[in-house]
Structure formats: C-alpha cells, structure tokens
Design a protein around this ligand. Structure first.
Ligand SMILES: *[C@@H]1O[C@H](CO)[C@@H](O)[C@H](O)[C@H]1NC(C)=O
Ligand SMILES: *[C@@H]1O[C@H](CO)[C@@H](O)[C@H](O)[C@H]1NC(C)=O
Length: 891
C-alpha cells in the first residue's frame, strides 16, 4: 500500500517567493533618489510568476522571480520557495545580467563534497529549515552588483494524489513586498474531463480578490489565474506592505464516468483507477493507543476527543476494539465487538475514562491487537467479506518489554503475515519515526506524523476518515504480460473511497493495436473485475491535442512513481538488495533530473574566485527531533572544486595536488645544473614539456647546500609542429620553420589553431592548447646584483583534463587519479614538521609535513601550500627513479 495511490495529506504544491532577509519598509522610501514602489533596502522584486501545468495529475511548476538592485552597492538577494515534500525539484537556474547559470543534478555524495568543501573554507552556507507540515523550503541567495538584475527560476514536479475525492495544489504565497507583476497561472489538462475546479486563498476572501482571480473549466481544460495589481496587493489602501501571505489552494476532480482512465503516450502508459458507487466493505478496526505518562495533558485530551468523534462516524457493520498500552496492556473488550449504538455508547464512556500512566510497551500492545484480529477471522466472529486494520498511536519509543525496534518489527511482521495493514501514527517529535514508518510499510500500511498543535485532534480524525471507507480489498491490476515491462506497484490491500490507484509502465512494443487492463478486487458483496480496453489509434488521436502542454509527461510520471516506490522499498531493505534499489533509484533520478534523497542540484557560477554554488537537497524524514528542521537547500558562496594543479617551482620543488584527499604531496629533484628533466610527455596529444636546471651564480657544487632552479623550459606539440622555448630573458615561439622571439616586457596574446599564448609583462605566461590543457610559466626575477641567485622559472599545470591516460613525466604521471594513505603521524627530527608513514603506489614511505609556495597569484611572496614531503628525489612516489627522467636535449 505504498504511496502510489495513498491520498496523502501532502498534496501540496506550495511555493513562496520572497526577497527575504530585508527589513520590510513600512513606508515609502524617502531620499534623494525616488525609487519605484516595492523597493526594500534597494532591491526591487519586480516580477514573480508561478506557472503550473498539470497534465493527468502530473504537475510541472515553474517559479520565476526577477529582481533588480537599485542600491549603490552590491546587495544580497534571496529567493525562497516552499514546495511540497512529495515534489522533486527538477531544475534551477540563476541569471545575472543576462548570463544564465544552469543547475545540474548530481549524485549526492559528489555534490556534498563540494558543499562540505565550501563550508570548510569558511564561506557562507545557509542551512534552511522547512516551514510547515507539508512543505520544505528552498532558499538561494546571491550577491547582486549595484544596478544589476537577477532572475531565479525553480522547476519542480509532482504527481498529485487524490485525497477525499480531490486533487489539491497548495501554492505558498509570501512576496514580502509589493510586486509590480505578480501572477499565478495554472493550466490543467485532464483527458477524463474536469468535474470540479476551485481556487481560494487563505489570506483574503474571493470577494475581495475580485477581478484578480479568475477560474474556469470546460471539458478537459481548466484554468486558474491570480494577478493582483499593486493596489490589490496592499494590506490597506495607503499601505506599502503586501497582504499576500498564505496559501493559495487549487482543488479539482475529474469525471469518473469517462472510461478514459488508461493513457498511453510515446511507449509509456498510466492507469488511474478510482471506481465510483461501490458499497463500503465492513471493517474490523483495532485502535492501539499509547497511554504512557508522556501522553499526559493536552495530547491525551486531543486523542480522546478524536476517538470520540471517530466513534460517531463508525458504521454499524463495523467491528472495533481499543487496546491501551503503557507499561502493560489493557483492552476494552476481550474480543472485537460490533459497532451497535449500545456498544458505541459504552465505548464512549470507556474512552472518556482513559488514564495516562507509566512506560511504553509498543510490542505487547500490537501483538495483542494482531492476535485479536487473527482470532476473530479464524473463528468467523466477523463477517466473511470484512477487512481488518490496526491503527496504532504513540508519542514515544518503546522502553519496556521488548524494546528493540528490529525485534518488534520481526514479531509484528510474523504475526500479521501480510493479512492486513498496520497504520502507525507518531504523535509529536519525541519518537523514532523511521521505526514507525518502516514497520508500517512492511505491513502494507503507512506512517503519519501527528503534529503537536491545537488541531492534533483534527489530524487524527482526518486520518481515520481516509481509511474509514474501504471499497475493495486485495486489489490487483493486471496487464498483458508479454506486452509491458517496468510496471510500478500493481497490488494493493485496500482501495479507499476518495483515493485513487495509479499504475504506470512501459510498453514492450510501441506498435500495439489495443491494450487491455483488468482490475480484480473483493467488494463488500462479491468479487469484481473491471476490464478496460484501449483502442490505441483512438488514444493517439485523443491525446495529440495535449502534447503541446507537456510532451513526455507519462514517461516522467512513470519515472516519478518508480523512484518514489524504490525509495520506499529501500527503507526496509538491507545489504545487496538495498544497494540495488539505491542504484536503480539513483540512475533514474539522474536520468530524469530529479532532486531526490539520493541526488542534489548544484549550480555553479563559473568565474574565478567569486563562484556561487547552490545545492538543493532533499532530505529524508528525520529520526528523532523536529521534522520541520529538514534542511532543504544550501547556498554557498565559494570557489568550485578547482581542477587539480601540479607544478614545479623554486629549488625544483614538485607539488602534486591529490583532489581525493584534498591534500598535496611534494618532492625535490636534486641534479647537476645543465640537466634536462622530462616533466610531461603525452604520446596521444603529442605534448611534451621539459625543463633544464640551472645553478647559482658562481656555481656551488655542494649538492647539500646548492640551490637549483629551472632556467629553461621547452613546451612542444609534435602534432602541431609547434614549440616554445622559455627562459627568464625571452620567449621563442617556433612554428615549423618559422620562429619569433618575444620579450617578458610584452603584454600580448597570440592565438592560432586553438593554441593560445598570453604573456603578462614581467609576471607570467599562460599557454593553452584548446579547452582542457593550460600551463602557466611564472617568471622569478631577482635583484640584478644579487650575489648568488639568478632569475628562474616556475611551471604550473592548471588544467590537464584533456591529456591522455598515457601521459607520463615527473609531473605528467600524476594527472591520473591516484590516492595515498597517511598514518602514524609522529614527531620528526624538526619538531615543527611531523613525520608520517605514507602508503602510495604500493610503497611504504616515511614522509615529512612541510610547505611549499605557489607563486601563480603573487610572484613575490607566493601562497603557502602544505604538503607531505617525499624524501630522496621522490623515491617510491615517482615511477622508477629520478634519473629515468633525465633526457639529453630540451626538444
Ligand atoms: C533548466 O532550465 C533552463 C532555463 O529555463 C533550460 O534552459 C534548461 O534546458 C533546463 N534544464 C532541464 C534539464 O530541463
Ligand atoms: C538488481 O535487481 C534487478 C531486479 O531484481 C536485477 O535484474 C539486477 O540484476 C540487480 N542488480 C544488481 C546489481 O544486483
């Protein structure tokens, strides 16, 4: 009885837009410049549009907000949307001054690393709280330069579930300032035809909304539009704050007499099943109620109040009983009794006298209920065609008797044996909701949280109403076996009045002439079969007209439903099965671009230094604690994961960044001046980089104290017949036989055939071979009259992702992903530089923590880079020995 059809309370589709974080301006802004109305703290949100397209219950919603910064300085602009917990975000884009930064759905672990990195760098990361019972909040903030415009666009999708005879969409509206163009627009297309459609707002009566709200429907199409002018948005005629603050709710239902409840588009089908006019199946219901001490006070009163209301609604054919558990278990009656007026009267007295006390023995309470229902069926004490349910309410964790959750689950599962559903209601937050949910799901029921609030009694009652009227039991939806695949859940223990069963799948062959679906179920008086035959040609014709609304909506609906069911199954799976379910759900989430609990949306603004990354996350329902504190979205402002860098600079210090570890390894090569070392060689791209070592002025020959540097670099691309020779004096470009010489005093860019060479006067030279290979050569100039040092070069690989896996050389061999482990960090010979044991490339080495400098940004002082230093010319880290990299010539 998965949520495929369950008429969840969560039908909401809410969104709110706000330029939040700004103080509201109670009066018109004063000042020299006259700003338009609706400007708060310099930010004008001039347009907000919520566009909903619903096709066959599948809702596709786009929330777009546009703002401009009128202030003289950069300001932070926030975008908040509240969306239903059951919805999946599918897209988010940020447009700043006409440049769009798209969102990408990534596997959560990958996205999370980026997020954590951002946090560890101390940049802002906003963790957002969900605001309501049905909603979670998405928030993004960006810094917008003075005079700049920003557009946020969020897209989310959801299958609307039928609940008490209606599909419901909640749109949370909260602009917090007057908005020049504010609009909600919903277009609904239902092939079965629309039977009712309504829209209302919690913040104002429809009369007052007047012309701002229009709603209409005819045949298959329905439309709701809400477009209040700025004056209509004012909380009073002279006010400048907005009265738009609350829920905008659209409800509708479809015609049931129409047989068109199987829809097939582009190889996918969906089957909506909600038969009308069936008599209610009598039921036996056992209420298993926690009366432990923690229920004391309002919770107990609200529970009693709800139970009394439920007793009023009991049908005379139903059977019932109450089981109360605290430290021990008491029952109202020894067996189930029929809901006759006399028994109901007696039950009322029993309920009124319930006392709270003691501990929480969930196991024994449930086991008593299960054996009572089993016995009643076995002994035929209840009508043959009746059905059973258990509704358990608790506000805490089991703490006496059998209190191990796994054991309770096992006991309950074995005792119920799949015969009837168990519904678990968790009252408040001080409980293990995952346990309740897991136990309910594995017994064909579901868990619901009852929020501790003044309406808790109504929440309880509302839940009962949903399950009060089973119309069918043991429902199975069958399709031609050799014609379909990838079917979603197609067997349900109960079909309840006012809900709907939805099954989707794929056709094996798109070229079918007809399609047949059978639904079998046990009714109140007899067994029923509903058969539906679909003429594919007719279907195609009928559905063509809706194509324009939302092309592949059935495929997406199928994907949504499949992911939802896989995630639910996953909650009770273990080991390999769980991995399998996770892998399948992840695949689909990535393929269909859904932000699910396994994926995140990452938006990156690809600019140096000031990058923005927003990560939208969908969390699971928490364990203990406040379910409203579900983090939904993070905003971070940080540098995106940089491409790993590799470089050699100074007394040749080689630095290798290892992104897997977010750490660096370094080593030196100590060789005679004049030696040429191979730094990079890639036989596939034809690129080579070699460097020649120079010594100090005067020629110190003691290798212990001698300093050496790179004095000449040769960069060549054999395929392009191109070479660059760089020294601290000049740069010689060779192209075939042609040759030109440039000076470090130039600032110049030369491009040719995807190659680009830029010289930044007296600083550095950037060489790019197309997109994917970039080197930087840094010029180090020392004081001309320095007694010992002379000018030298540093060589940095800042992008190597287009280089092949066969790349080698002292730097090039590290371009492939590799990893290392460091352990046993201990004091070294220098107390400020600990030693450690490193395992890398199957070698076990002693390494020393040290630091080197990165001179790309600041050639005079450099930036410190901490690294693990590998001794003896990189022995054990580099392939072979360092002398293997010595070559006779620069080219
Ligand atoms: C996301 O939205 C942008 C802007 O509307 C659009 O260009 C892009 O194609 C969308 N991406 C997906 C995967 O739908
Ligand atoms: C996952 O389960 C499916 C369906 O049972 C099966 O076909 C597939 O081989 C499994 N995959 C793995 C990796 O176990």
């Amino acid at each position: 009885m998965a949520s495929a059809w369950w008429p969840c309370l969560i039908l909401a589709l809410l969104s709110s837009l706000a330029a939040s974080g700004f103080p509201r301006s109670p009066s018109r802004p004063l000042g020299k410049r006259s700003l338009p109305e609706g400007v708060a703290n310099g930010i004008e949100v001039y347009s907000t549009k919520i566009s909903c397209k619903v096709t066959s219950r599948f809702a596709h919603n786009v929330v777009t907000t546009r703002a401009v910064n009128h202030a003289d300085t950069a300001k932070e602009v926030s975008f908040d949307v509240e969306l239903p917990k059951t919805a999946f975000i599918t897209n988010f884009t940020l447009t700043i001054d006409g440049v769009t930064y798209p969102g990408n759905v990534k596997e959560k672990e990958v996205a999370k690393k980026q997020y954590e990195k951002a946090v560890s760098r101390g940049k802002t990361a906003g963790l957002v709280k969900a605001s309501g019972r049905k909603l979670e909040k998405f928030t993004v903030s960006v810094n917008v330069a003075a005079g700049s415009k920003v557009t946020f666009q969020l897209t989310y999708e959801e299958l609307l579930k039928r609940h008490k005879g209606k599909y419901e969409m909640y749109l949370k509206v909260q602009p917090k300032q007057l908005v020049k163009h504010f609009e909600i627009e919903a277009d609904i297309y239902e092939p079965q035809g629309i039977s009712t459609l309504d829209a209302e707002a919690s913040f104002i009566t429809n009369d007052l909304l007047g012309s701002a709200l229009t709603k209409s429907f005819s045949g298959k199409k329905g439309r709701v539009s809400f477009k209040p002018s700025m004056d209509q948005q004012r909380s009073c005629p002279t006010c400048t704050d907005s009265l738009l603050n609350g829920d905008f709710i659209i409800t509708y239902d479809v015609n049931r007499e129409s047989p068109a409840n199987v829809q097939i588009v582009k190889g996918y089908f969906v089957h909506f099943f909600a038969p009308q006019g069936l008599p209610v199946v009598p039921k036996s219901v056992v209420f298993v109620i926690d009366v432990s001490g923690s229920m004391h006070g309002r919770k107990m009163e609200q529970t009693k109040d709800a139970l009394l209301k439920i007793l009023e609604d009991m049908k005379e054919l139903d059977y019932l009983n109450f089981i109360l558990f605290s430290g021990d278990v008491t029952t109202w009656k020894d067996d189930l009794v029929q809901a006759t007026p006399e028994n109901i009267q007696e039950a009322r007295i029993f309920v009124k006298n319930i006392q709270d006390q003691g501990m929480t023995n969930i196991n024994d309470g449930l086991m008593r209920a299960i054996s009572m229902l089993n016995k009643a069926q076995e002994e035929h004490r209840v009508p043959e065609r009746s059905t059973s349910i258990i509704i358990m309410l608790t506000d805490g964790d089991a703490n006496i008797g059998e209190s191990r959750p796994e054991k309770i689950q096992e006991n309950v599962r074995n005792a119920i044996g799949g015969k009837f559903p168990l519904y678990n209601l968790g009252f408040g937050n001080n409980l293990n909701y995952n346990f309740l949910e897991s136990m309910a799901l594995e017994n064909h029921g579901l868990a619901r949280r009852i929020y501790e609030d003044s309406d808790a009694n109504l929440q309880l009652q509302g839940f009962y109403e949903e399950v009060a009227n089973p119309l069918l039991t043991s429902v199975e939806l069958e399709y031609p076996e050799n014609a379909i695949q990838d079917l979603t859940q197609n067997a349900y223990q109960h079909f309840y009045d006012g809900s709907e069963i939805v099954v989707a799948g794929r056709l094996l062959h798109e070229e079918m002439n007809n399609f047949k679906a059978d639904v079998k179920g046990h009714g109140a008086t007899n067994d029923l079969i509903f058969t539906e035959e679909v003429d594919m040609k007719e279907m195609e014709k009928a559905l063509k007209e809706q194509d324009y609304i939302f092309g592949n909506y059935i495929e997406r609906l199928w994907a949504y439903l499949t992911i939802e069911q896989l995630l639910e199954k996953r909650k009770n799976a273990h080991g390999e099965e769980k991995e399998n379910l996770t892998a399948q759900a992840l695949d689909l989430s990535l393929k269909y671009h859904f932000v699910t609990p396994l994926t995140s949306m990452v938006v990156t603004k690809p600019e140096d230094n000031e990058d923005q990354t927003a990560i939208a996350d969908k969390p699971g329902e928490g364990e203990h604690g406040d379910p409203t504190a579900r983090s939904m979205a993070y905003l971070t402002s940080y540098q995106p994961p940089q491409k790993p860098y590799y470089y050699v600079d100074g007394d040749p210090h080689f630095i290798i960044q290892v992104p897997q570890k977010d750490d660096d390894i370094c080593f030196n090569i100590d060789e005679e001046p004049g030696t040429v070392l191979r730094l990079i060689q890639d036989p596939v791209t034809g690129l080579t980089v070699n460097g020649q070592i120079i010594g100090e002025k005067g020629g110190n020959s003691d290798s212990k104290t001698r300093k050496t540097y790179f004095g000449k670099l040769g960069i060549a691309n054999a395929h392009m017949d191109f070479r660059i020779e760089v020294t601290p004096e000049k740069i010689i470009l060779g192209n075939g036989a042609a040759q030109s010489t440039l000076s470090w005093l130039d600032t110049v860019t030369i491009t040719q055939d995807g190659l680009s060479v830029t010289i930044n006067r007296k600083k550095n030279m950037v060489v790019s071979f197309g997109d994917g290979v970039t080197f930087v050569v840094v010029l180090h100039q020392v004081w001309k009259k320095h007694p010992v040092h002379q000018d030298f070069l540093g060589f940095y690989v800042v992008d190597s992702h287009r280089m092949s896996a066969q790349t080698h050389g002292l730097l090039g061999q590290f371009f492939h992903p590799f990893d290392f482990e460091v352990s046993d960090i201990r004091q070294g010979s220098d107390p400020t530089k600990p030693d450690a044991t490193m395992v890398v490339k199957n070698h076990r080495l002693t390494v020393t923590r040290g630091s080197q400098k990165d001179y790309r940004k600041d050639v005079s002082f450099g930036t410190k880079v901490a690294c693990w230093f590998v001794h003896n010319n990189g022995e054990g880290l580099i392939d072979g020995v360092h002398s293997d990299y010595i070559i006779p010539e620069l080219f």
